[in-house]
Design a protein around this ligand. Structure first.
Ligand code: SF4
Ligand code: SF4
Length: 467
């Protein structure tokens, strides 16, 4: 198996970017790459570099148009919603950009008890959430794997009113194959781990101490996760630590490596941008990504890895999130709290215990209603993982263009659940118009009739249907 510095090959990234500078001037060539994108072909990192380097206005406009086309043909106008759930902010690492870093003495440290997790699960269910991303700092003493496993069990076990947490994705520190196997057995959805930066010298400077300082161990984590049987993995880079072009090409190389070794690329790519946090200002970060470059890199990722879902968090403002939805984002968090225990507490205390500052403070109902009014279908679907459509099986369906046939009805079913149980009047009114329009877009008559039947049953109190 290739090692970290072989599959994230620094020389190759630099050569790709240098070569792309020349090639990007040949507009006929750039257009030929975009012709490939029109058919949802996966690009090589060399081709992606050319798109990244191209500054021609007409081409940039075409890039946006084609990215939107890909988004429409694979993901339709559906946007999957989820919430992060922070369990513990104890951490032995000292990542310089993170409010949870060990040496941040100002931060009150907290870890939720199982009873508190129960309360968080109920509060999240009352908001309408079905999908969570669990977040913990790295600390084997205060937050061992056993605690994470027990917490997952607790979250899946709570059934409050008509609510349920149906998919728990997990973001924990790089660990062993054996531990990944245990996470898989606990029924996790996606295993998420951000590389932060693929540029080794920057990585080492940003992570001066603690287990995370080992670049190779961290970079090879997804290989171990796959060896442990987890076939849905979510990668990401923290944009702003190093040159965004370098990180974008490295992300694509990481995807190429996973595809080559395991036959399946990452399930999702996250694109967080560096934000201020407790004890962290942005003064000493020369590579912060401006809005235009950020939109460009998201567009290039969408064009390059069409079958990989793309996630944006509430770090970004409403305006930026809306623009990125247009060029490729397929999942967003909503109503998020990045502090410990913030969902259940009356007066949210996230400012005290949060990992970073939020850019979008709208509540769940607001986010959802505005998505509907903008023509999107908010979805709480968790069907694939529960039907065993993961890893290669999922990718085969996605690449054959068939996943769309289940995503669309599942989105409508789960949205109906939300509106019936938690929706405001405004959300319900917007939802009714959406159902009238979107049911007609289901091509298969049998599926359309079945979906209508499920929607009726939901009105009559039944829950949890799926294709
Ligand atoms: Fe700890 Fe993760 Fe924050 Fe690093 S990024 S300090 S590992 S919580
Ligand atoms: Fe995701 Fe599968 Fe649901 Fe589509 S059907 S939204 S791919 S879980």
């Amino acid at each position: 198996m290739k090692r970290a510095e072989e599959f994230i090959n620094h020389k190759e990234i630099m050569a790709s970017l240098a070569d792309a500078k020349e090639k990007a001037k040949d507009l006929a060539y750039v257009n030929s790459i975009l012709d490939k994108c029109e058919t949802c072909t996966v690009l090589s990192h060399r081709e992606a570099a050319v798109l990244l380097e191209c500054e021609d206005k007409t081409i940039r406009e075409r890039m946006r148009t084609v990215a939107n086309k890909i988004k429409q043909s694979i993901y339709g106008n559906r946007i999957v919603l989820f919430a992060p759930l922070y369990l513990s902010n104890y951490c032995v690492n000292n990542c310089k950009y993170c409010g949870f870093q060990h040496c941040n003495e100002k931060l009150p440290r907290r870890k939720l008890t199982q009873e508190e997790i129960r309360r968080e699960a109920i509060a999240l269910q009352d908001m309408g959430h079905k999908r969570l991303a669990l977040e913990v700092g790295e600390d084997d003493v205060n937050c061992p794997l056993e605690y994470v496993l027990e917490s997952i069990k607790t979250l899946y076990s709570i059934k409050h009113k008509n609510g349920a947490i149906r998919r728990v994705n997990v973001n924990i520190a790089a660990t062993t194959v054996e531990n990944y196997r245990r996470l898989k057995e606990a029924g996790i959805g996606t295993y998420i781990l951000f590389q932060e930066t693929y540029h080794k010298p920057t990585y080492e400077a940003m992570h001066p101490s603690g287990p995370k300082s080992n670049y190779a161990y961290h970079t090879e984590a997804m290989d171990r996760a796959m060896q442990g049987g987890i076939d849905d993995v979510g990668v990401g880079a923290l944009f702003g630590l190093y040159d965004y072009k370098y990180e974008t090409i490295a992300l694509i190389m990481h995807a190429e490596h996973l595809e080559e070794e395991f036959g399946v690329g990452p399930h999702t790519i996250s694109v967080p941008r560096l934000k201020p946090a407790s004890g962290v200002t942005l003064e000493n970060y020369p590579y912060l990504v401006d809005d235009e470059s950020f939109k460009k890199l998201v567009t290039v990722l969408r064009l390059s890895v069409p079958y990989t879902g793309m996630i944006i968090s509430t770090r970004e403002t409403k305006e930026m999130r809306n623009e990125l939805l247009h060029v490729g984002i397929s999942q967003i968090s909503a109503g998020s709290c990045t502090g410990i225990g913030g969902y259940a507490e009356e007066n949210r205390t996230e400012e005290d215990t949060a990992q970073f500052e939020l850019g979008d403070h709208r509540d769940m109902d607001q986010v959802l209603t505005e998505l509907i009014e903008d023509g999107y279908i908010p979805s709480f679907c968790t069907a694939c993982y529960r039907e065993g459509r993961t890893g290669e099986r999922f990718m085969q369906l996605a690449k054959a263009g068939q996943i769309h046939n289940v995503c669309q009805p599942n989105a409508l079913i789960t949205l109906k659940e939300f509106l019936t149980d938690y929706g405001s009047e405004r959300a319900r009114a917007a939802g009714e118009k959406l159902f009238a329009r979107e049911l007609e877009r289901i091509g298969n008559e049998k599926v359309k009739e079945k979906t209508k039947e499920y929607l009726k049953k939901i009105e009559n109190g039944e829950r949890d249907f799926r294709f």
